[in-house]
Design a protein around this ligand. Structure first.
Ligand SMILES: Cc1cc2nc3c(=O)[nH]c(=O)nc-3n(C[C@H](O)[C@H](O)[C@H](O)COP(=O)(O)OP(=O)(O)OC[C@H]3O[C@@H](n4cnc5c(N)ncnc54)[C@H](O)[C@@H]3O)c2cc1C
Length: 514
């Protein structure tokens, strides 16, 4: 029976904790309450081939096409072919997906060739999944630590995982572990506008980097075109535009028709960049999403969660257009893993958004991320306790080799206290302005120079937010370095100074600590 520490309580961590607890001693650590995670806010659904009119082959093809030449085919094959079995697991854990005539209801989303998106509670899929899995964890996992922050990984002399350092209101503690499963999610809080909740500060990726794990695809951050332009940037699902809502500027004019034949239903990155350009043209004011033609009654029924969120800000979106902005949404990059969730550090797994399995390539196909979390969590637990391969096949590239292997020093603190301590809002604004939807060499170099003038707070009296800021500072530098090294535009990475996609550059960029 191994000692297993699982970090994070989104779909990836909850699945890992429940499944590992069947044969191992599990501690589940999460920095807020169990139910707080990106998972909880997922609206649209989870993609899987569940009908006779659809095939795994087509799900694979759609995923590869969205990934813009950078997907790792073995990971995509695993993702799509194991999807149906993992959906059955979720059902057995008590997730009640919406049904139509007794069958699982299946929605269609952008860039999917078939209706294969399962949803629950209408637009409350993530909350329903999270609620069911939290109940499973509460009855199966004995050691659950909420409001507890993991601040570092502990390695033994041979560089193998040996435990984690954590702290909460009561203790600073080092917990021994045979295996650590990082399931700590993405890093939306690198950016001024994000759909992610405040817990999403990339901690796991930073822990992995400091422990020597190889990271990959960091330059690929997906921006969602429509988040409510209010603090918290609540997501307004693409399905709203699918139903007929349109984007307009302050003058009440639609602007997407001039930009793409599919107008508001053009690919996410195209709509997001066009909205940002329009916002710059109107002096930073948000653009508007006009759903009034759908009427309050329909909107309340079809989108109950979004309608409630609008009401909480005093907005009736059936009667008035609502202010929206693009926002950082999903990180394709992360800690490089093999198809079993194993990283380059022995004993350390990464599953869910913290990981880079290569299944999403340069851009994620909508609703493939919940699926990736559940598929690869399950696989990680299946090999838990097996002998660690000499070199897990974590990084994939063609015979031509990696596009770049970047090395960085981990900026842990400023021993001389010369540099100012990083300010989160300044960092997020810098990243939004210069490392966001559109980048160029000048802005990326300016960002690196600015980031290097800041230091994390001294370790001695750090609060949760100080540790998070230290992680954000480290990751901001890593993302910017990777974005500078990729001198082309591909998927979610758009370079104003290199607008073409270059076939020979369809290889990953990796980052590791020296
Ligand atoms: C608004 C929104 C809508 C979305 N809609 C969809 C959708 O419809 N379909 C889809 O497939 N995907 C969707 N996504 C993406 C999807 O929700 C995420 O990719 C997925 O939930 C990631 O799951 P996870 O378990 O890896 O991480 P998360 O769900 O983010 O969970 C991470 C957990 O780690 C904890 N944690 C982080 N750092 C630490 C630390 N240092 N110490 C302890 N605990 C820590 C957090 O508190 C949290 O519990 C959406 C995302 C958002 C934000």
């Amino acid at each position: 029976m191994a000692k297993v520490v699982v970090i994070g309580s989104g779909i990836a961590g909850l699945i890992a904790a429940v499944e590992a607890s069947r044969s191992h001693r599990v501690t589940l650590i999460t920095k807020s309450v169990l139910a707080e995670s990106n998972t909880h806010y997922a609206q649209g659904g989870i993609a899987a081939v569940m009908g006779d009119d659809d095939t795994i082959r087509e799900h694979v093809a759609d995923t590869l096409s969205a990934g813009a030449g950078l997907c790792w085919k073995p990971a995509v094959d695993v993702l799509c072919s194991e999807g149906p079995a993992r959906i059955a697991d979720l059902v057995s854990f008590g997730v009640e997906f919406d049904r139509q005539n007794g069958e699982l209801a299946r929605g269609l989303e952008a860039a999917h060739s078939h209706a294969r998106i399962l949803h629950a509670g209408g637009d409350a899929t993530g909350a329903r999944i999270s609620d069911a899995l939290v109940a499973e964890v509460r009855s199966n996992v004995a050691d659950i630590r909420e409001n507890t922050l993991v601040v570092d990984l502990v390695l033994n002399d041979a560089g193998r995982i040996a435990g984690v350092k954590l702290f909460n209101a009561d203790v600073h503690e080092t917990l021994e572990a045979d295996f650590v499963i990082l399931a700590s999610g993405g890093a939306g809080n690198l950016y001024r506008h994000t759909t992610n909740p405040s817990v999403t500060t990339g901690d796991g990726v930073a822990l992995g980097l400091r422990a020597g794990a190889v990271l990959a695809d960091l330059e690929f951050y997906q921006f969602h075109p429509t988040a409510l332009a209010v603090p918290g940037s609540f997501l307004i699902s693409e399905a709203v535009r699918g139903e007929g809502a349109v984007l307009i500027n302050n003058a009440g004019e639609r602007f997407m028709q001039k930009i793409h034949p599919d107008a508001e239903l053009a690919p996410r990155d195209v709509v997001a960049r066009a909205s940002q350009a329009e916002m710059i043209r109107q002096g930073g004011q948000p653009v508007l999403l006009d759903a009034t033609m759908l009427g309050t009654e329909f909107l309340n029924k079809r989108f109950p969660t979004i309608s409630a969120a609008c009401r909480s800000y005093g907005l009736n979106w059936g009667k008035q257009p609502i202010p929206v902005t693009p926002a950082a949404h999903y990180w394709m990059g992360g800690i490089a893993t093999d198809v079993w969730g194993r990283t380059s550090v022995e004993g350390l797994f990464a599953v869910g958004e913290v990981a880079c399995t290569g299944a999403h390539g340069a851009n994620r196909l909508a609703s493939n991320s919940l699926l990736e979390s559940v598929v690869f969590s399950h696989r990680a637990i299946a090999v838990l306790g097996d002998e660690w391969p000499q070199q897990p096949q974590t990084v994939r590239w063609s015979k031509a080799g990696p596009l770049a292997e970047l090395e960085m020093t981990a900026n842990l603190s400023d021993p001389n206290h010369v540099k100012p301590v990083v300010d989160r809002v300044e960092l997020q604004t810098l990243m939004w302005d210069l490392v966001g939807l559109a980048r160029d060499a000048e802005g990326l170099r300016e960002t690196l120079a600015k980031l290097r003038t800041w230091s994390p707070a001294p370790e001695k009296h750090r609060l949760f937010t100080d540790w998070e800021d230290a992680n954000l500072l480290l990751l901001a530098e890593a993302v910017t370095m990777a974005a500078l090294a990729r001198e082309e535009s591909r998927g979610a990475h758009y370079r104003l100074d290199f607008e073409d996609t270059i076939t020979s550059m369809a290889r990953p960029i990796t980052v590791r600590k020296v």
